[in-house]
Structures are given as C-alpha cells and as structure tokens.
Design a protein around this ligand. Sequence first.
Ligand code: COA
Length: 176
Amino acid sequence: MRVEIRAPRLSDATLYAAAVRRSAEHVGRWNPVEPDGLVDLVRRQGESLRTFLFVNTEDGGLVGSCNVANIVKGRFCNGSLGYNSYLPYNGTGRMTEGMRLVVDRCFTPESIGGLGLHRLEINVQPENHPSIGMAKRLGFRHEGYTPRMLYLQGGWRDHERFALTAEEWPGLQPNP
Ligand SMILES: CC(C)(COP(=O)(O)OP(=O)(O)OC[C@H]1O[C@@H](n2cnc3c(N)ncnc32)[C@H](O)[C@@H]1OP(=O)(O)O)[C@@H](O)C(=O)NCCC(=O)NCCS
C-alpha cells in the first residue's frame, strides 16, 4: 500500500494546515476550506464522528482526509463519508487507496478494531464528477437525489446520494 490511515493528533496541526492551504482551490469548490480546523476536529472526535488522515508511506506527506460523520449506532449503524485530497498527491490513485481502507475499517466489527457500521453514505453535488467517480470506484450504489440537502458555499445544495452496505463490500482488494 502507498497509503496508511490513522486518527488525527494535535501534533498534525502544521502538516494539516499546509496541506489544506495548498489544496484550497480544488477543495474550496465543493467543501469548506479550514486550514486551522484540526484542533477543533480532534476535539470533536467521538461516537458520532471519526476522522482518518491518509499518510503517504514513502514520505509521510498528507494525501487526504476523510470524516465518517453522523454516525448512528443501534439498529441503523450508519455513517456519512466526506473527504478531500491534497496536493501534490491528488489524481495519483492514493486517495482511492485510502478510501478503501476507510470503508474496510468502517465495516470491520468493533471487537477487532473497526467501527462496526452496516451502511455508509456518500452525498455528492451533481456536478462534482471527480467525487461521483470516487463513489462509483468504491462500489457505492446510486440511491437517489436529495434536494437542498447541505448548506455549502452560501446555499442549500442538492446532492446525489450513494450508499453501500457491509454485505456489498468485497473486502480489501489488491490495487488494479
Ligand atoms: C474527489 C477527490 C477526493 C478525488 O481525489 P483524487 O486525489 O483525485 O483521487 P484519486 O487520485 O484516488 O483518483 C482520481 C483519479 O486518479 C486515477 N488514478 C490514477 N492512478 C490510479 C491508481 N493507481 N488507482 C486508482 N486510480 C488511479 C483514477 O482513475 C481517477 O481518475 P478519474 O477521476 O478520471 O476517474 C478530489 O477531487 C477532491 O478532493 N475534491 C474536492 C473535495 C470534494 O469534492 N470532496 C468530496 C465531496 S462529496
């Protein structure tokens, strides 16, 4: 693997800020750009939010990050994935590798270190073709269209809704 995933730490603040700043242009088109947001992100980690940083194994650089947000356990066992890739690693397939690791961790039972989820969602604005490509590459099904779903860039944005359940996940596969 070219990428490993791990929880964010307060000591990542400088690395994170630099990665988000240099990626502001492509991230800012779809997601908020918050270079100084790591401390708050670490503080908010808990039952309903788990964040993963994707680290390039060769040089320790930050490839991307993924929030598993709105986690609900009980009879739902569901979470929503939100992600950003960072320059200079975007478009190299490393983000896809990291996302596969995250999905696998989400579906792994809690008893062996996973999140024990049953269903994952990815909600994407219809014009965000790179992210729709990611959802499809990961094997997510298109479930539907949710009007005015999330407040982004100053307005309520429509989203395409993709989902995957644990039964549909083939497990980690070798890279193509
Ligand atoms: C969506 C996003 C995370 C994708 O990240 P990325 O770094 O481009 O992802 P990857 O490098 O893994 O894959 C992207 C491309 O590289 C290609 N690629 C190159 N080498 C590859 C490899 N070894 N393995 C897999 N894919 C590879 C993929 O085929 C893919 O091509 P495509 O987009 O033409 O289908 C990124 O565009 C981003 O941060 N966007 C802004 C924020 C955003 O939209 N977040 C999601 C909101 S819902």
